[in-house]
Structure formats: C-alpha cells, structure tokens
Design a protein around this ligand. Structure first.
Ligand SMILES: [Zn+2]
Length: 361
C-alpha cells in the first residue's frame, strides 16, 4: 500500500517549511540540470531564465503549501511535499473527508490565482513592456497556467480530487474514486494521443505520469474498500507476551528468540507504559547493550487504536517505522495490530469473500 512508506523513494533530502519536509525527486533535479544547460549558449539571458525558473519553482511550492496549510486546518498532517518535474505532491497522513478534500484540493490552484492577481496589481505600477513588467507578466501567466493545468479533472490532479469530492457527496467514496480515476485515465490517453500526433514528447511524458497515478489511486481506493467497515479488533493479535517494566534488553532478546513476536508492550502492573518494537530493540542493543533496561529505549508515544476503529482509518496511522500499534480499550490492552497480521487477515478475508460469492452462484 502506498501510504505505509514514510517517504517516497528516489528523493533527495529535505528542507522544512512550516514544519513540512520538502523533498526533491531525482527526476526534478534532472529537469533543472537539463533546463539550465539547455539555456546556456541560447540567445536569451540565462540569468533571466534562471530567475524565471526559480519563481516558477517557488509558485509550485506555495501551491503545495496551500494544500498543506488547509489540510492542517482540518487536523491532517502533511508527511512531506515531493517536487516532481510536472509539479509537487503534498502527501497527507490520512484521507480527508469529502468536504475537507474539496477545500484542500482547491487551496493549491487558489494560491496560484492569488499570486497572479498580486503580480498583475504590481504591474499596474510599472512601465508597460519594460523588462520588469515583462518578467512579472511571464510569472503571472505561468501561475494562471499552473492553476488551469492543476484544475484539469484528471485524477489524481487537484481538479480530479475536486471532481471526486463532489461525486462522493451523492455516490459514495468507492464509486466516486472509480469514476474520477476513469476520467483521469481517459484524459491522460487523450493527452498522450495528442502529444503523439503533434510530436510533443513532454506532453506524452505527462500523460504517462497522470495515467499511472490515476491507476495507482484507483488501486489504493480498492485497498481501502477492502478494509473499510472492519473494526480493528477483528484483525488484531490476541495472544501475545508483554515485558514487565523492569526487564533488561537481555530479557527482551530472550523473548524475541523464544516467540515469533517482534513487538512487545512494556507493562507496569495492569497499565501499559510503552512499546518495545524491533527498531527500539535494535537501538537499545546498539546503544547501552544487553544489561540496559527496556524502559530506556521503548517508545512511550506508541500508536493507540480503539478496538472499534475502522481498519481503513487505523492502517494509515501505521506508517514509516510504526509496524505495530496497540489496540486499547481505555487503559486496557486488548491486542496488537501489526502489518503482517493485517496482511494475513485481509488474505483470509479475500478468500472468504470469494467463497461467499461462489456460494451465491
Ligand atoms: Zn495541487
């Protein structure tokens, strides 16, 4: 599932803006190098072109920050912003509701429209057709282009998200995603054919990227449909061992070897005080070693999941290094939710679902 990675592969390291990590996909860097070297030796001023590229890049970044900040208003964290050659992508920690998705999607293009409007206002004070005015006009035009391009109803672009959010209001999420993903692929194919007919390679590349993204989103939605409406308690591990809070790393190592378990809740009497998962275990062993106490390295901010929580909501919480969450009813520990177990559960359920369908025929 795409949202279990904490970062997109093939990205270069990040700067942080408003607490959101911004990464650059290597193809974005390749594009920059290509554009800069293609500009050298051309008739136009390289400096002006570089300046224009920089403002274009800042415009795309502000567009993505627009998404991220509106998402924050709805209490949704942005895991990262990834810059691709055809634009940026703000990866949110979880799916937004329909209304939130609508506003989050609209926020990006709205930022570009606002930038264009501000630049046009600035141009009023300048001599028409001066180099400064020309530059502002170029940047304003490209921002309008960014807004229009992103509002194309080709899922998963912003326009496609708007389309899905609107469809979802009366068709339900599953069907809305299917329709939006279909429209996205259709538009991508149209664009690809047009690019092929007119020899515009770049357009074909964009069409290909949109097509694969639309297909991926369709598949991710099918995954959510599979987990939707199932309580977390149905997929949790109910037979597990815990470690008393005074345990040493040596004790933990013994339990790790003796059982198939990889994540151990650390308890003090009846209450859970932490979680020693594999990452924490390795950190402890590499740090102070076998004689140190698990309480020194265990995760105190472990992910808690309500037994009644929908799996489709619980799974996105288990991203990055979080391979295990504790299913707790108040302070009472009921079970462990691990990715492996959820995988097995879904496999069994899929077999069960096929059996059900077979039974009906
Ligand atoms: Zn956008």
């Amino acid at each position: 599932m795409s949202n279990t990675d904490s970062r997109v592969s093939g990205t270069l390291s990040a700067v942080r803006l408003f607490g959101v990590p911004v990464r650059f996909h290597f193809t974005f860097v390749l594009l920059l190098i290509f554009l800069i070297t293609a500009g050298v030796g051309g008739g136009r001023s390289v400096l002006l072109d570089a300046l224009f590229l920089l403002t274009l890049f800042v415009s795309v970044l502000l567009h993505e920050l627009g998404h991220a900040l509106v998402a924050r208003l709805y209490g949704i964290r942005t895991l990262e912003i990834v810059m691709y050659p055809i634009g940026g992508v703000a990866r949110l920690e979880r799916m937004a509701g329909h209304k939130a998705e609508l506003w989050i999607a609209l926020a990006g293009p709205a930022v570009n429209v606002a930038i264009a409007a501000a630049l046009v206002a600035l141009m009023m004070g300048l001599t028409p057709a001066s180099p400064e005015s020309d530059m502002l006009e170029r940047i304003a035009t490209s921002n309008i282009y960014l807004a229009v391009f992103n509002m194309m109803p080709a899922f998963p672009m912003d326009g496609g998200r708007v389309l899905r959010a609107l469809l979802a209001i009366w068709k339900g999420e599953e069907q809305a995603t299917r329709v939006a993903s279909y429209v996205g692929r259709l538009m991508a194919m149209g664009m690809g054919v047009y690019g092929l007919a007119t020899g515009k390679i770049f357009l074909m590349l964009i069409a290909f990227l949109i097509y694969s993204a639309a297909s991926q989103e369709g598949a991710a939605s099918a995954g959510r449909a599979l987990t939707h409406g199932i309580a977390a308690r149905a997929a949790m591990v109910t037979e597990f061992e815990t470690l008393p809070h005074g345990s040493t790393m040596k004790d933990a190592a013994d339990r790790l070897l003796a059982t198939t378990q990889q994540d151990f809740p650390v308890v003090h009497g009846d209450s859970v005080i932490g979680l020693l998962d594999r990452t924490a275990f390795l950190r402890g062993m590499a740090g102070d070693g076998a004689d140190s106490y698990v309480s020194g390295v265990m995760d105190r901010d472990f992910v808690r999941i309500d037994p009644g929580m929908d799996l489709a909501e619980a799974l996105p919480l288990m991203t990055g290094n979080t391979a295990c969450a504790l299913v707790m009813d108040g302070e009472k520990l009921l079970g462990l939710l691990t990715r492996e177990n959820v995988g097995e559960f879904l496999l069994l359920r899929r077999m069960g679902m096929q059996l059900d369908q077979r039974g009906r025929e």
